[in-house]
Design a protein around this ligand. Sequence first.
Ligand SMILES: *Cc1c(COP(=O)(O)O)cnc(C)c1O
Length: 358
Amino acid sequence: MKSLIRAEVSAAALRANLARVREVAPASRVMAVVKANAYGHGLVPTALCLADADAFGVARIDEALALRGAGVRGRIVLLEGVFNAEQLAEAARQSLDIVVHEAEQLELLEAAPSGQRFVVWAKIDTGMNRLGFRPSMAQSALRRLDALGERLLELRLMTHFASADERDSSLMRQQLARFDVLTQGRRSERSLANSAALFAQPQSHADWVRPGLALYGVSPFADQVGRSLGLTPAMRLVSTVIAVRKVSAGETVGYGGVWRAARDSQVAIVAAGYGDGLPRALPNGTPVLIRGARGELAGRVSMDMIAVDVTGIAGVQVGDAALLWGPELPVEEIAAHAGSISYELLCAVSQRVPLALM
Ligand SMILES: *Cc1c(COP(=O)(O)O)cnc(C)c1O
């Protein structure tokens, strides 16, 4: 039996999005970013589906080990690196590329047994002020990495943009220029671009692009949806109508009575709540697609359900599918209603929601 709520992930869409990324950055290799359970799409199934990617990027070593455990043999990059000697040894054993972004990580590498070998991505902070060697420290950090000798299989260079949602960001251009200056004269492979830079800043493509969101078919830009960038949304979050009821004009629905029927109404109760990862901040009027038409959220999101005003939609009955987001209802639009971003909504899909790759 199908579960009431499920996240259906389209393998064809994931592959089409990888192809689209290659079309946009034809001279670059693609590091597919699959951290945070592949933005809610399922880490292992997504990676197996995107086996054509040139590398996978993950945030934590557990994610990398899960990929290796599932038989992923290709390049895996630990985007935050390792934080102790055991993790470093594990990275060597499992042939994981490591990002190095701070002095403690340099010290760990310098103390590593000579049998351990690493591909190191040196991360330079060009303006994000989160991870990475500050510009004033970059040259000395790179020299220390050069001095690792045979422990260093290869040194690569990267930075990360602070703008993930703007088309033409002066900060992005400034970061690009800084990175050029700081890495001048080195022949190492370079990587800068997240999804936003992939589309907005072709000069940032370099040797490796690092899209996350775009691979899932979702736009990083506030004023665009994935489709308009040639992407195909990969996830359909779909649930089921579990009750239909009449509400008389003047009555309220749900906790706090924050929705009041302006007329005699029909309301569908849908099995999807903040326990499934729906933002509780979604306001009245947020669209939910039932029988191909847009119903409107009526009242607060509860843990396990929502109420949807379906007064204008004919024939709604128990068992009907209710689409929370997907190709026909962009997650970008739902995120805007929540005052959030698509990234957060996708990652928040909770563990009790079964994922089905189809
Ligand atoms: C998450 C992440 C990305 C992917 O960003 P998107 O905006 O999802 O494309 C790229 N690089 C690094 C270092 C990241 O942490």
